[in-house]
Write a protein that binds this ligand. Structure first.
Ligand SMILES: NC(=O)c1ccc[n+]([C@@H]2O[C@H](COP(=O)([O-])OP(=O)(O)OC[C@H]3O[C@@H](n4cnc5c(N)ncnc54)[C@H](O)[C@@H]3O)[C@@H](O)[C@H]2O)c1
Length: 447
């Protein structure tokens, strides 16, 4: 009898394989579209009926995926989405891209992975390749998924293949998208690695195979922990420089002229998004299971999570210098998304800043060209209170604010005008260049 590898490799090379993606969010939808655009039959599996319906109507809800691209592929019948998981049987390769949040206790919540795996388990047939892409702790693929699939009486290699390949998509980054971000692939067996690498090799320029799923899982966590720790270091430096009266940004610019052994990271109002604030906890949790205390992760979390509080101190210090109290002051936040030019507010530090300012009695408003409303009642947002709607950035809005806080440095905001019309500006992102600062009518406080 032929092995799964022997069956799947020709299907992949000739683009005859049917690819299924479970979870059509920021990660899954671009991936599905890439497979369809390369000539594969691509089916997306969603629990959210509205998302599935929008895809099938040729629409997109992810800003990096143009609706025209979706509609073209749907019209060619290469791409479709469904909420009917029985169609998993039709797929030769199934890629899991569901969320991996944290529980309130900061422990990994792999319930979405388990739900997706249960669906696969029900419909698993001989000759399928399963790949997990959701970020998770080392061991998830071979300790959790493998036994679930083997329960069906199928054997790894002979009957099915299983691998982990981390997702590295950077939403809103026009330079690096699915096809030109190298893909790390680690299978539970060499056959699994080879076939999964062959599949990704059809849609990305460079594939980096590793010897196990655990290595691939750990590599992803190292990447994001590296960022969390270095941003923590930059944030600590910013607070230290503030205390010493030194310009942090100038210090970093100067250090970055060293052509070796230094890589600049920048401070900010805190870390946000679905990855950097969460992923290191997946690693430290797994480490704890083995009696290991990952101290860098704990320290970075402590430093980064104090940044919103520091921003509120800057606002309050600035108002104080003008003999004003934070209580009753009108504070306008520029940007609530967790980073520039995107609409994602998950874990955004802006939410924690709003919550803290409101707790001190400030009248908080915000302007964000990408985010029409923020609510404080879902799992991704901290704080509480009434939802807020973005206000127009009118002259009156700026003139009537006691303090304007640049939380997210969206490129379409005219910062020169902000500094001409406002009285006090707190810049947490170095959005104001030296020209604007020199000619500013507003008093400026920088992180
Ligand atoms: N967003 C990023 O920038 C990014 C980058 C790298 C890695 N990741 C990782 O990729 C994974 C997915 O993240 P995301 O940002 O795409 O999440 P997302 O919330 O944008 O999308 C997840 C999708 O999965 C769907 N879903 C949930 N349970 C499902 C199930 N059982 N069956 C089918 N669909 C289901 C949801 O409805 C949602 O549409 C996470 O593990 C995340 O850590 C994300």
């Amino acid at each position: 009898m032929t092995t799964s590898k022997e069956e799947l490799l020709p299907l992949i090379r000739e683009h005859r394989a049917h690819v299924g993606v479970i979870g059509l969010g920021y990660v899954g939808l671009p991936l599905l579209v890439e497979f369809a655009a390369t000539g594969f039959q691509a089916t997306g599996f969603e629990v959210d009926e509205t998302k599935a319906a929008r895809i099938n109507a040729g629409d997109s809800y992810i800003s990096d995926v143009p609706a025209e691209r979706v509609s073209e592929l749907v019209a060619k019948e290469r791409l479709r989405a469904t909420t009917d998981f029985s169609a998993l049987k039709l797929c030769d390769a199934i890629i899991i891209c569901v969320p991996t949040p944290l529980r309130k206790t900061k422990e990994p919540d792999i319930s979405y992975i388990l739900a997706a795996a249960e669906q696969i388990q029900q419909h698993l047939r001989r000759g399928q390749l399963i790949i997990l892409e959701s970020t998770t702790y080392p061991g998830t693929t071979d300790e959790v998924l493998l036994p679930m699939f083997e329960e069906r009486g199928l054997k790894l290699d002979a009957d099915f293949l299983l691998a982990f390949s981390p997702e590295r998509v950077d939403p809103g980054n026009p330079q690096f998208q699915t096809h030109n971000i190298p893909k790390v692939v680690g299978g539970c067996t060499p056959d699994s690695t080879e076939v999964a690498a062959a599949l990704y090799g059809e849609i990305v320029k460079h594939v980096h195979p590793v010897t196990s799923a655990r290595v691939a899982e750990a590599a992803k966590l190292l990447e994001n922990t590296f960022r969390a720790v270095n941003i923590g270091m930059a944030n600590e430096m910013a607070r230290l420089c503030y205390a010493l009266g030194i310009d942090t940004w100038e210090v970093i610019r100067a250090a970055a002229t060293k052509p070796f052994g230094f890589m600049p990271f920048y401070p900010g109002p805190g870390i946000g998004g679905h990855c950097i604030p969460l992923d290191p906890h997946y690693l430290s949790w797994k480490a704890r299971q083995h009696g290991f205390d990952s101290r860098f992760i704990g320290l970075a979390e402590e430093v980064n999570s104090r940044m919103p509080e520091h921003v509120v101190t800057l606002v309050s210090d600035g108002l104080n210098d003008e003999r004003k109290a934070l209580k009753g002051a009108r504070v306008l936040l520029l940007g609530v998304a967790y980073k520039r030019d995107i609409d994602d507010v998950r874990e955004s530090p802006a939410l924690s800043i709003i919550d803290r300012l409101r707790a001190k009695g400030a009248d908080v408003r915000y302007h964000d060209p990408f985010v029409a409303e923020v609510r404080f009642d879902d799992a991704h947002t901290q704080g509480s209170g009434e939802p807020l709607q973005s206000v127009a950035l009118t002259d009156d809005e700026l003139k009537n604010s006691d303090c304007v806080v640049i939380v997210t440095d969206h490129t379409q905001v005219d910062y020169k005008r902000v500094c001409e019309l406002s009285r006090l500006v707190v810049d947490t992102r170095n959005a104001l260049d030296s020209d604007i600062r020199r000619n500013s009518c507003a008093r400026i406080i920088r992180l």
